[in-house]
Design a protein around this ligand. Structure first.
Ligand SMILES: Nc1ncnc2c1ncn2[C@@H]1O[C@H](COP(=O)(O)OP(=O)(O)OP(=O)(O)O)[C@@H](O)[C@H]1O
Ligand SMILES: [Mg+2]
Length: 309
């Protein structure tokens, strides 16, 4: 692949074409998988593209259809708990340090929604080593039979846990804005993710678009460049408008779909959640914790199965 050419093409005017449906490139299934939560990992190349804003609203929408676990995988400066208006005592940072179990760190949010919060200002766990990743995998493995969906709010960029979680989740959702730097970083992230997980079909959300044509143009640029240089088909899940309600809801510590559901962003998020629910319902869940344990070696899964993690 010629990286310079790909980067240049991200700036070219778009050609319109409809998204193409293709099955996810998932690891082999097993009989246990049928009872495991469907999982999605939300990632971005650049920070601040709207992952937490989006994931909080998706979690609030999906919990109407079944139990949802929102996992904040940002162990450096996680803030998913802010959107839930909670300050949990135990977080995933404690789990990966072996200080508590994942079950002990989960807190109820509302209705059928639970939260496994990320670390906030935690040194030493911003990017996890293998042992910490195993604790993360075992922790998720111990939880995933209890939920219909697990939504992971990933850290921006290429931390080890973002890569591993994205490699293990049923769906990988890349969030970008139409901004050239965000698009370039999203492309770089997709390139690394697809090398880590051959056959992956990433989903894309373009956030903060000023109008639909800007959003579709950005999405089509990304899809065309990924197809040409990576031989990867990206599926566009949706566009989200630039909307000040995102800021107002964050100030009030509410997901947009609950705080201002009738504003353009709230309506677009609800629509996106419906589409996501359909995608999740149609896939065969593999268990993000289970796949992560397998990826990290047989020992991880054997121990978690025997000790119940
Ligand atoms: N559609 C939108 N319209 C206007 N502002 C938005 C929109 N989406 C997100 N924002 C704002 O962008 C900022 C970053 O959003 P958010 O925290 O969700 O991003 P993030 O990707 O989770 O960031 P990080 O990489 O730091 O975790 C926030 O101030 C948020 O209110
Ligand atoms: Mg965030």
């Amino acid at each position: 692949m010629n990286w310079a050419t790909a980067r240049r093409l991200l700036h070219l005017p778009a050609k319109q074409s409809a998204p193409i449906a293709r099955p996810l490139g998932l690891p082999p299934s097993d009989p246990l998988a049928a009872v495991r939560a469907r999982s999605m990992c939300v990632v971005s190349g650049k920070g601040g593209t709207g992952k937490s804003t989006l994931t909080a609203s998706l979690a609030a929408s999906l919990e109407r259809h079944g139990r949802v676990l929102l996992v904040d995988a940002d162990l450096g400066v996680g803030n998913a708990h802010l959107f839930c208006d909670l300050q949990p005592e135990q977080t995933l940072a404690n789990v990966v340090r072996g200080e508590c179990s994942a079950r002990e760190a989960v807190v109820p949010v509302r209705g059928q929604l639970d939260l496994l919060a990320g670390g906030s200002g935690c040194l030493g766990v911003a990017s996890l080593d293998r042992k910490q990743l195993q604790l993360l995998g075992k922790g998720l493995y111990s939880l995933e039979e209890r939920y219909r969906s697990i939504l992971i709010d990933g850290a921006a960029g290429l931390s080890s846990q973002t890569l591993q979680l994205a490699a293990a989740a049923d769906i990988v959702l890349v969030v970008t804005t139409p901004d050239v730097t965000a698009m370039t970083d999203a492309y770089a992230l997709i390139k690394v993710l697809c090398a880590e997980r051959p056959g992956l079909v990433p989903y894309l959300v373009v956030n903060r678009v000023l109008d639909a044509s800007e959003g579709h143009a950005a999405a089509e640029r990304m899809r065309a460049v990924a197809r040409r240089f990576l031989d990867v088909e990206i599926r566009l899940l949706g566009l989200l408008p630039e909307d000040r309600s995102a800021y107002r809801c964050t100030q009030r510590r509410q997901p947009v779909v609950l705080g201002e559901p009738d504003e353009p962003l709230g309506l677009a998020l609800a629509d996106l959640a419906q589409r996501l629910q359909r995608e999740l319902d149609h896939l065969h869940p593999h268990g993000v914790g289970r796949v992560l344990c397998h990826r990290l070696g047989r020992d991880g899964l054997a121990e978690s199965e025997s000790c119940g993690a």
